[in-house]
Design a protein around this ligand. Structure first.
Ligand code: WQD
Length: 339
């Protein structure tokens, strides 16, 4: 079974390629290398002993996408990660996000609809829920007006897939991630630090390494246990394993609907201060931070109801927040030593 992984040299993509290879899948990666590097291929093969096939490809170029699929008729499934994903950047540059995230999706679906059958896994996000009314968040929670063009591309992407699956041989699973953290226990792959991190955990580990002076905690006046915002931090390896299980479900034709949706989280919410304390525990060092104003667009809390993924996919997150922080810290130390 040959599986195409778009954005397969990215953070979640590379971890998913490892799990696919571990399960015996034959993987081909396409990536435009805009937010990663070819070294990730070495990291993957150092873990699995197998170098995945790779082609540099900008999925915004329709003729190149058509050419790729004409040369690879034997692709049974696609896991689609390739997208721009910086929330803040999307506000300042919406057309980059709409063009990249939507055109790439459309061109791939146009190729898949020509096949007898196609299994498609889509990288979506809990961002689609905005500030959900009720915690923990279930898959049937209201999809609210997106807080950013990035979040909107995930919502529109889901709708494009649903409409397309209705009238083609494409079967799809939408995976709504909560907050992915950590890295592979081997520290061979992880979240590549390009520029100033927007996300909490890489900012913490870079501060721990002395690369950043201190962490700014965005708001401590939220209606939560300690006043800081709450998220569901899920280990990237747990997340990667869920992708393989979801893909296998489609390949085995076990899906009940043409398009199924699953929240991927741990089911537990953690505040920013709790994440800081988890880092201090695993690193044995104090983290310098200051309390500042809220960040625009942030929700108060978001954590997943994981019953559907647990019962229907038979998948459950296994790693704790501390294990996630420990792997993130080990990765950061390794990356810095390599510099
Ligand atoms: C987590 C918490 C911040 C940085 C985003 C996207 C989501 C997904 C994951 C792609 C929040 C606080 C952060 C800092 C802080 N990405 N924080 N100081 O915003 O929950 O989700 O990334 O799919 O779609 O929206 O993640 O890591 O940016 O923030 O206090 O320097 O940490 O306010 O409460 P977020 P995050």
């Amino acid at each position: 079974m040959k599986i195409l992984v778009t954005g397969g040299l990215g953070f979640i993509g590379s971890h998913t390629v490892v799990e696919l290879q571990n399960q015996g899948f034959d993987v081909i990666i396409v990536d435009d290398l805009s937010n990663t590097s070819l070294e990730v291929l070495d990291g993957i093969s150092n873990i699995t002993g197998k170098i995945p096939a790779f082609e540099k490809l900008d999925l915004r170029e329709k003729n190149k996408v058509q050419d790729f699929f004409n040369r690879h008729h034997d692709i049974s499934g696609v896991i689609h990660f390739a997208a721009s994903k910086a929330v803040g950047e999307s506000v300042g540059n919406p057309l980059l996000y709409y063009e990249n995230n939507l055109n790439s999706l459309i061109y791939i679906l146009q190729e898949l609809q020509k096949k007898e059958e196609a299994s498609f896994i889509f990288s979506s996000s809990c961002t689609v829920y905005g500030q959900a009314e009720k915690m923990p968040i279930t898959e049937d929670a209201l999809v609210q007006a997106a807080m950013s063009p990035y979040g909107n591309t995930k919502q529109i992407g889901e709708e494009i897939i649903i409409d397309t699956a209705k009238v083609t041989n494409i079967n799809a699973i939408l995976l709504r991630y909560f907050n992915p953290i950590g890295s592979h226990p081997s520290a061979e792959i992880g979240e590549l630090p390009l520029g100033v991190p927007q996300n909490l955990v890489p900012f913490i580990t870079q501060t721990g390494m002395g690369l950043r002076k201190e962490l700014s905690v965005y708001g401590n006046d939220y209606p939560t246990s300690d006043g800081t915002a709450v998220r569901d931090y899920i280990h990237v390896v747990d997340l990667a394993k869920a992708h393989v299980i979801a893909l296998q479900r489609l390949l085995d034709k076990k899906n009940i609907e043409k398009v199924e949706t699953f929240n991927l989280g741990t089911g537990t919410g953690s505040s920013v201060l709790e994440v800081i304390h988890a880092f201090e525990k695993v690193s044995g060092q104090k983290l310098p931070y200051k309390l500042v104003d809220r960040r625009a667009g942030d929700v108060i809390e978001a954590y997943a109801n994981t019953d559907k993924a647990n019962t229907i996919l038979g998948w459950k997150a296994e790693s704790t927040l501390e294990e996630g922080m420990d792997s993130a810290w080990k990765w950061e130390q390794k990356v810095r030593k390599a510099k």
